[in-house]
Write a protein that binds this ligand. Structure first.
Ligand SMILES: Nc1ncnc2c1ncn2[C@@H]1O[C@H](COP(=O)(O)OP(=O)(O)O)[C@@H](O)[C@H]1O
Ligand SMILES: [Mg+2]
Length: 487
């Protein structure tokens, strides 16, 4: 059976591959070794053929692509842990960035992201979200593709222009609510929405890959800029997770995971997170297990993770924590109590005395029960500690076979173009009507002109139908948060 060597306590300690989808956490104060631990896990998953997604907040993960050097620190760990097959190695790495600056552009369409995520990112209130939902229904039912922010703007303007008609169908649409959403749309564009909403949008299959040697792809989401907006950061990661949920088939409990998702700075996800969203995250994390996806939260304080979610994290690696204040001490007592007691170890004392690259570890054993807490020296990484320079970084991004596919934004016909044309059509219709009236006054027939008007409307209908099938596909694939809401 395949397993990931975490390090050595009294014995070697392994994360069992068939328990890796039961999630986990890596916690500890700054500088205690969280990032290296994350790499050690991701490297071994890659060697097993399991792709990973890592969010990279500090820009210190991308060097997983380059082999390390066996310095004294590494050598002594290899010896102490008694690692038989250690060798330095760089791993297949793809870098993504929603801003398209430090990685391949990671784009999403407005339609795909759906009203729930968008509402949260735009910080809409309930009334506004209700109107946004109505707008999405109008788009779905009329085959209007919402790709970028200008599509959404056109659609909202369409609602405004014809509010009486739409209110009859979708419930009251107050103009001031639409105006408020339009203002928040400007805010969204200022956040970078003009870049990350668009085509070609990310296909999760492009992340779930192995290289020619069968090693799992390490996907890095370069998030050093994204992190400046914590809501955007957490919603994007959550969106990716929900897309994985939609993409992957049910597999129950696989021998090894299909993909492992590492969520750095996880406390941001839960900070000021409304209870309703927290429940959805809890649900998503629970349900994604049977898709073979393991989710690992990385955070400074394990107590940042709400207990409903922490309770689902079977594999725990807790690095050193600081006990400066009585409050810290109380937290540490709480954390120590969550571990299965080990008669040979004072967990409370251990948590505050762990060295760098050392951790308290409890994983799920073969029967699915948590092992006793052990004090573990963590393996050294196979990849380098050295940061990449700019040209290495750019080289890595541009050498990806997917670079050509995602590099440039494409702007296919969508709501904006269709609605603009409809406005032009309506305008022309009006003009024609007026001319007709004039002509009638002069007591003449106007059949010829009417025909040309019908021609134009016919053309517009065709383009509606042309985009329809695609729009329906999108609607079915609408994110899990949307669909969870309906359950
Ligand atoms: N398992 C390890 N093997 C070797 N060195 C380690 C290990 N863990 C931590 N270190 C050393 O400690 C430094 C800080 O670790 P890091 O993972 O960046 O801390 P954190 O992410 O918790 O802030 C690393 O740059 C490395 O030099
Ligand atoms: Mg770190």
């Amino acid at each position: 059976m395949e397993k990931v060597l975490i390090g050595k306590g009294t014995e070697k300690v392994y994360l069992l591959a068939n328990k890796a989808n039961q999630h986990g956490m890596i916690a500890g104060a700054t500088g205690t070794g969280k990032t290296v631990t994350l790499k050690v896990l991701a490297e071994q998953f890659s060697r097993m053929g399991v792709p990973c997604i890592l969010s990279d907040v500090k820009g210190d993960l991308i060097n997983i692509s380059q082999p390390g050097v066996e310095n004294e620190n590494v050598k002594s760990r290899v010896e102490t842990i008694d690692m038989e097959d250690f060798s330095v190695e760089g791993f297949p790495t793809q870098v993504w960035d929603v801003y398209g600056e430090k990685g391949m552009p990671l784009r999403v369409t407005i339609s795909e992201m759906g009203p729930t995520f968008l509402g949260r990112i735009m910080e809409l209130n309930d009334t506004q979200v209700a109107v946004l939902n109505a707008a999405f229904r109008v788009a779905d039912e009329n085959g209007l593709l919402l790709i970028d922010t200008k599509d959404l703007r056109s659609l909202l303007n369409e609602l405004l222009e014809n509010k009486e008609d739409y209110s009859k169908l979708y419930g009251s649409i107050a103009p001031q609510t639409v105006h408020a959403i339009l203002r928040k749309l400007v805010y969204l564009e200022d956040l970078g929405g003009t870049n990350f909403f668009g085509e070609t949008s990310i296909e999760m299959e492009d992340m779930i890959k192995t290289d020619s040697n069968g090693r799992g792809m390490v996907n890095i989401l370069a998030a050093s800029k994204l992190i400046n907006n914590p809501v955007l950061y957490s919603m994007f990661l959550l969106y990716l997770l929900s897309e994985l949920f939609e993409t992957l088939p049910e597999v129950g409990n696989p021998e090894k995971p299909k993909l492992v998702f590492f969520f750095d700075e996880a406390h941001l996800l839960f900070e000021s997170c409304p209870k309703s969203l927290q429940e959805k995250i809890e649900q998503l994390v629970r349900l994604i297990r049977s898709k073979g996806v393991g989710v690992y939260f990385i955070t400074q304080n394990p107590l940042d993770i709400p207990s409903d979610i922490a309770g689902q994290l079977g594999n725990r690696i807790i690095h050193g924590l600081r006990a400066f204040t009585p409050k810290d001490q109380k937290a540490i007592n709480g954390i120590a109590e969550t571990f299965r007691a080990n008669p040979n170890l004072d967990t409370k004392e251990a948590i505050v005395s762990l060295g760098t690259g050392e951790a308290l570890v409890s994983v799920l054993d073969e029967s699915g029960a948590p092992t006793m807490a052990e004090r573990v020296l963590i393996c050294p990484p196979r990849s380098t500690f050295d940061p990449l320079n700019e040209s290495q970084w750019n080289g890595l991004v541009e050498s990806s076979p997917l670079y050509g596919k995602y590099k440039e934004a494409v702007d296919p016909e969508s709501a904006y173009e269709i609605l603009e044309r409809n406005i032009a059509l309506r305008q022309r219709e009006k003009e024609l009507e007026e001319k007709e009236k004039l002509l009638e006054k002069e007591n003449k027939k106007s059949r010829g002109r009417k025909n040309s008007q019908q021609d134009l409307l016919g053309k517009s209908m065709n383009s509606f139908l042309g985009t329809m099938s695609r729009a329906i596909g999108r609607e079915i694939a609408r994110n899990v948060l949307g669909s969870l809401k309906r359950r």
